[in-house]
Design a protein around this ligand. Structure first.
Ligand code: ZN
Ligand code: ZN
Ligand code: FE
Length: 758
């Protein structure tokens, strides 16, 4: 008996994907798979990801599903996949559908993507119709978040909506075999955005002429403002000392190092030391600024970094940057287009208004930037590419929580402000906004908050802020009518690192930092915190010393040095031989500061490790007054790196509750060492002692999971040594990578703390 062959029965499946699946050629990829495995149906972007309906033979569907998960575009990240069997509908072929805009909000919006190798090739290929077109892109690269007005990633939701594609572009957009199939930003010379150049001579040039003139001006040492991906940048010839100095004066930036735009890796290697790890991040799609050890090459002017040994370098983050850096042929300074203490300019009107006395010309274009984004900054710390400033290329990638939460808004800190919102089980951390001391930055903060809530369509049920009542971010939270919760600054630091690694209590955290308000209303900053499920305990802290002048101490390490000596010698500091330090003050200053210390007026006690670093740096004559934030600590770290030494100083643990780390024996020894040993050696011994203190405290408690957070852990020497010591002693150590260890991570920490404790 022979069995009759059954007619194969078609099946229909609905596949719902969540994760990073929009804006990277995912739908075209699905389309090609459907063709390959003879499936009918459709693929569509939804606010929560991508939906696919396939109808065809079950055997083929199995292959389809396999390829879907293993062969997708490399930037994609499928975090959730569900399948539902459906009744068969009547399909003709397979289609890419228009976006569905209703439904649950998706947290997955892509950041801006630097030009891919194929686009760079075409940019410089005279036979391509995209030859030298500064806005070339494809389905794998180009701007994303910076140009999105609303979710989902479709052309009409971006500032490309004003540029209807020409027939040639439309043809590529519609051709499934083309690498620009469904590329939302496809545009060419004929139909897309165009360059123009405004010069101080009031002449306006366009397109290639504008570009050539801008490059010519850079060769002449002029300052050119360009409309980059997330906002304006100021460019100047990095080899021209006079030009760099002129930019420093105009930007009121006497010493802070400038970042460089460099054409490619080969050119980077001529001026800085790289490794496989740093080369990978330099060439990543995010094109961040990476801090690398300088080779002190003659190619760039000394005034780029002054006496700082680290060079901030980025590769071109857009085709326009490619054309400029290739055309110029040498490294360029590329610094944020803003006035001192003001936010980044991101439209022409603003830039012409704010930057006209800084820049000699403006290279602009007519594609609007919707979300202003600074360049991100990365420093290799502890074998990780750690973000110190998180913006272009990273915002708004979500941070996943283990569990879903109600919508929460966290307002962050005062310095390096960012804010965070939660969306089910994801957190969106805003781009770096900056210090909230100026009204202009406060307004930008408000704008970012409004945009973020609108963009993700969120009505927060709760608002979280710092404990400090004077922070602008706290005041803003207090003005809202929402239920409010304050999270202590250093607890938030530890929670930010916990959120990054999805850690739950119990953990033991070291929050070593500048200053933040403690739960006892004192200034904290050298905290060792036991984070347990139901309580957070201050397990240990650094012996407090007076910060004379309060906040002024952050800018003036000489004040911290004075406070340290006062804690050791009391009023005798002014009569003993401390000329080394006292020479940094005028007589009137000394008179006033002495009064202030003795009467305990405007000299709050603080346990800050950041200020301890400052004070020691000043005693070593490295930096009595900071020219930029963190300068003293950075110079002290760089001195330590030079020494290559493992010795440390004695210290004492006062068996109080909480424990007190008494650094005074170390300070006495340092004072004795100053006339005898090199600065580098003392700096190394100081760092080594801090790591010993940390290990000592870690071993006096029972939790094996250790978290390191706070501004001091931007220090690579300290972070690496602490991790090494802890790991050798059997602890599991967690440090930052995707979230800044500094106050840029506070909002995430506040939000995470609220989900665990609120
Ligand atoms: Zn491309
Ligand atoms: Zn076109
Ligand atoms: Fe902090």
């Amino acid at each position: 008996m022979s069995k009759s062959k059954k007619t194969p029965i078609k099946e229909q499946q609905l596949i719902c994907l969540q994760g990073l699946v929009q804006g990277i050629g995912f739908r075209p990829f699905v389309y090609r798979l459907a063709k390959k495995y003879q499936q009918q149906g459709y693929v569509a972007n939804t606010p929560s990801g991508v939906n696919i309906v396939i109808q065809g033979l079950p055997e083929q569907q199995k292959h389809f599903l396999e390829d879907l998960q293993t062969k997708h575009p490399s930037l994609a990240d499928i975090q959730k996949l569900s399948i539902e069997i459906q009744a068969c509908s009547d399909f003709k072929g397979f289609h890419i559908q228009r976006s569905q805009t209703e439904g649950q909000a998706s947290a997955f919006i892509l950041p801006d993507i630097s030009p891919c190798p194929d686009c760079i090739k075409e940019l410089f290929n005279p036979n391509s119709r995209f030859y030298r077109y500064p806005f070339i892109s494809c389905s794998l690269c180009g701007p994303r978040y910076s140009i999105m007005r609303q979710r989902t990633y479709d052309r009409n939701h971006t500032s490309m909506a004003n540029f209807p594609p020409c027939p040639d572009c439309l043809k590529e957009y519609q051709n499934p075999e083309n690498r620009r199939f469904h590329a939302q930003t496809i545009a060419c010379e004929k139909c897309g955005p165009q360059l123009s150049l405004y010069t101080s001579e009031h002449a306006t040039l366009y397109k290639e002429q504008a570009l050539q003139k801008a490059i010519q001006q850079l060769h002449q040492g002029k300052i050119v403002a360009i409309k980059a991906v997330g906002g304006f940048q100021l460019l100047v010839d990095a080899s021209n000392s006079a030009a760099v100095e002129r930019l420093r004066i105009k930007k009121q930036r006497p010493e802070k190092p400038f970042a460089l735009l460099v054409e490619n890796l080969i050119e980077v290697q001529k001026i800085a030391h790289t490794s496989i790890q740093t080369e990978r991040i330099l060439t990543s799609y995010a094109s961040p600024i990476v801090l690398l050890p300088s080779k002190n090459s003659k190619i760039i002017a000394n005034s780029i970094t002054k006496n700082n040994g680290l060079l901030g370098i980025m590769l071109p983050s857009s085709p326009l940057h490619q054309l400029i850096s290739y055309g110029f042929g040498k490294p360029l300074v590329a610094t944020s287009g803003n006035r001192s203490q003001e936010p980044l300019c991101y439209d022409e009107t603003q830039a012409l208004d704010k930057l006209s006395d800084i820049a000699d010309s403006f290279l602009i274009h007519n594609r609007a930037i919707i979300h202003p984004l600074d360049d991100s900054i990365i420093r290799p710390i502890n074998q990780k590419n750690t973000l110190l400033r998180r913006a272009r290329g990273y915002t708004p990638l979500p941070i996943a929580l283990k569990e879903s939460t109600t919508p929460i808004l966290a307002t962050g800190g005062q310095m390096k402000n960012t804010l965070a919102i939660s969306l089910n089980s994801q957190v969106i951390l805003s781009q770096h906004i900056g210090d909230l001391n100026s009204i202009a930055n406060q307004q930008r903060r408000q704008q970012v908050e409004t945009n973020l809530l609108q963009f993700y369509d969120i009505q927060p049920a709760k608002i979280i802020c710092d404990l400090h009542p004077d922070y602008h971010s706290t005041q803003r939270a207090l003005q809202s009518s929402l239920p409010i919760q304050a999270v202590q600054h250093h607890q938030a630091h530890i929670f930010s690192c916990m959120a990054e690694h999805q850690l739950s209590p119990p953990v033991f955290g070291f929050a070593w930092d500048g200053t933040g308000l403690g739960t006892d209303q004192q200034l904290w900053g050298g905290e060792c915190l036991a984070i347990n499920k139901n309580e957070i305990q201050r397990h240990a802290y650094f012996y407090p010393f007076p910060l004379v002048g309060g906040d002024k101490a952050a800018q003036e390490p000489r004040r911290s040095a004075l406070g340290l000596l006062y804690a050791l010698q009391d009023d005798q500091l002014f009569t003993s031989d401390n000329s080394n330090l006292l020479q940094n003050f005028s007589e009137t200053e000394l008179y006033l500061l002495r009064q202030s210390l003795n009467k305990k007026l405007n000299a709050p006690l603080s346990s800050s490790v950041g200020r301890l670093f400052d004070g020691i740096a000043c005693l070593l004559n490295l930096c009595p007054v900071n020219q930029y934030e963190g300068q003293a600590a950075l110079l002290l770290e760089q001195a330590a790196h030079q020494a290559n030494n493992t010795q440390s100083y004695a210290f004492n643990i006062i068996p109080d509750k909480p424990l007190i780390i008494d650094w005074r024996p170390m300070l006495s020894a340092i004072l004795k060492d100053i006339p005898l040993l090199s600065k580098n050696l003392i700096a190394a011994k100081f760092h080594n002692t801090l790591a010993e203190m940390l290990l000592n405290i870690a071993q006096r408690q029972n939790t094996s999971t250790i978290v390191l957070s706070g501004g001091c852990f931007q220090n690579a020497y300290l972070t690496e040594l602490c991790s090494k010591k802890l790991e050798s002693a059997g602890f599991s150590v967690y440090t930052h990578e995707k979230i800044p260890p500094n106050d840029g991570g506070l909002a995430l920490g506040q939000l995470y703390a609220a989900t665990l404790t609120g």
